[in-house]
Write a protein that binds this ligand. Structure first.
Ligand SMILES: [Zn+2]
Ligand SMILES: [Zn+2]
Length: 225
């Protein structure tokens, strides 16, 4: 018997073909089929090759044409829709840590397919760590992926990204620093994991820093775009 983590209804999971093809991890599903189908997977073959946005074909999207060339690209698993917004509301802002299980298996599967030498979760600020109590990204990853050597700088109270105008967001100063306690990045492929790719500014700042420290390439992996 499955008790859905999202709608809390009990059901008997049936393994029908559309279900098997719907990305839902086969072993011990944690959400019901009805809830799972409210999320919209992005097909990499039809996504922007730079930011991972869902499109009708694989070509550079309007936003990405404005970014300078960089040894970086992003893949996103799902389109940020209403269901995803509701998920983040419960998981991040209401702090229901059990909900990390909803996307853990699909995220870990995609991560494995990218064969990274090093996996780095985007850190949250010390402030967020105190108020939320956890990093939403490391919640999805298995133990041991919590690097700690990529840190957010101490800042005076930052305005949340979502409240800034697009132009102001793109001009924000580097918010991250490396502690020096990390692994040798020289010629490595690094995967940066984050929750949502919005303007790309945050994850590209982190990618810049890692590339400046010798990495060969950086791939972003975000749950939503
Ligand atoms: Zn459900
Ligand atoms: Zn793009």
């Amino acid at each position: 018997m499955l008790k859905c983590l999202l709608c809390h209804r009990s059901s008997e999971p049936k393994l029908r073909l559309p279900w098997v093809l719907s990305w839902q991890p086969l072993e011990r599903p944690v959400v019901c089929q009805a809830c799972w189908q409210t999320f919209t997977p992005i097909m990499t073959s039809q996504a922007c090759p730079s930011c991972g946005r869902a499109q009708t074909q694989r070509s550079l999207c309007h936003d990405c044409q404005r970014w300078p060339q960089q040894a970086f690209y992003n893949q996103a698993l799902f389109t940020y829709n209403e269901a995803m917004q509701a998920y983040f509301e419960q998981y991040k802002f209401k702090g229901d840590y059990r909900l990390r299980a909803v996307f853990r298996a699909v995220l870990m599967a995609r991560l494995a397919s990218l064969q990274p030498a090093i996996v780095v979760p985007i850190p949250v600020t010390a402030n967020t760590m105190v108020t939320r109590g956890f990093n939403q990204v490391t919640g999805w990853l298995s133990d041991g992926e919590n690097s700690g050597w990529l840190k957010t700088k101490h800042q005076t109270k930052a305005v949340p990204q979502s409240q800034k105008k697009r132009q102001a967001r793109l001009l924000t100063p580097q918010p991250f620093e490396l502690t020096g306690a990390g692994p040798d990045l020289t010629a490595k492929t690094v995967v940066l994991v984050d929750d949502v790719y919005t303007t790309g500014r945050t994850i590209r700042h982190a990618a810049d820093l890692i590339l400046e420290n010798g990495a060969k390439s950086v791939i972003g992996l975000t749950l939503a775009r």
